[in-house]
Design a protein around this ligand. Structure first.
Ligand code: PRP
Ligand code: URA
Length: 209
């Protein structure tokens, strides 16, 4: 069973409040998503393996740690997941980026895949899949399935806000994938929107409606 981590750091919680607020405009929304993603990235990288190296400080020779050569890949689910890439790239600047294009059909709420482009060595990378919203879970499950079909083995899912229904679907379909979120909300409404949520993440990030 995949584990679910809720990042309750006060800075994350504070910023999520303003992300949710309907009076927050596009520019500020985008900046806040970027900032929260960096803060979540700090937590998500906590278990990265280290290796010892030897360096010369101006004073002495010493042993010190660096990140072991783990290959990381970021995979935003288009469109809204793109808003979380730069925030992670600040911490992991050498990460390669794959893209999975999905949209949720507004009538059926089923995900429709329209684009997949991944680094060629995807099987060797530790992949962080990003999407601000985990609602029914259909899009995340489809993205994870698309990645595994192309060889991905080591996957994490990072979202800002999740509904219990989406968490359950990912846990049922991809029990090997841990889920990292800033908040778990109450339920989905009749249109499949997370309540209280933040509305339509893509529209709020890109100013569309
Ligand atoms: C949103 C969101 C997720 C999906 C979540 O994308 O960014 O990808 O809905 O819903 P689900 O868990 O029920 O599948 P949307 O389909 O609106 O596409 P967009 O990012 O292109 O706006
Ligand atoms: N997609 C969104 O952008 N918001 C939701 O609440 C649900 C799906």
């Amino acid at each position: 069973m995949s584990r679910v981590y809720v990042f309750d750091h006060p800075l994350i919680q504070h910023k999520v409040t303003f992300i949710r607020d309907k009076n927050t405009g596009t520019k500020e929304f985008r900046e806040l998503v970027d900032e929260v993603t960096t803060l979540m990235g700090y937590e998500i990288t906590r278990e990265m393996p280290l290796e010892e190296t030897t360096i010369e400080t101006p004073v002495a020779t010493c042993k010190s740690n660096v990140i072991a050569g783990k290959k990381v890949g970021l995979v935003p689910i288009l469109r809204a997941g793109l808003g979380m890439v730069d925030g992670l790239m600040k911490l992991i600047p050498a990460a390669k980026v794959g893209h999975v294009g999905l949209y949720r059909d507004p009538e059926t709420l089923q995900p429709v895949e329209y684009y997949v482009k991944l680094p060629s060595d995807v099987a060797e990378r530790e992949l962080i899949v990003t999407d601000p919203m985990l609602a029914t879970g259909g899009s995340a499950v489809a993205a994870l399935t698309a990645l595994k079909k192309r060889g991905a083995k080591n996957l994490k899912l990072m979202c800002l806000i999740a509904a219990p229904e989406g968490i359950k679907m990912v846990q049922d379909e991809h029990p090997d994938v841990d889920i990292y979120v800033a908040a778990i909300d109450e339920y989905l409404n009749d249109h499949g929107y997370i309540v209280p949520g933040l509305g339509d993440a893509g529209d709020r990030l890109y100013g569309t409606k």
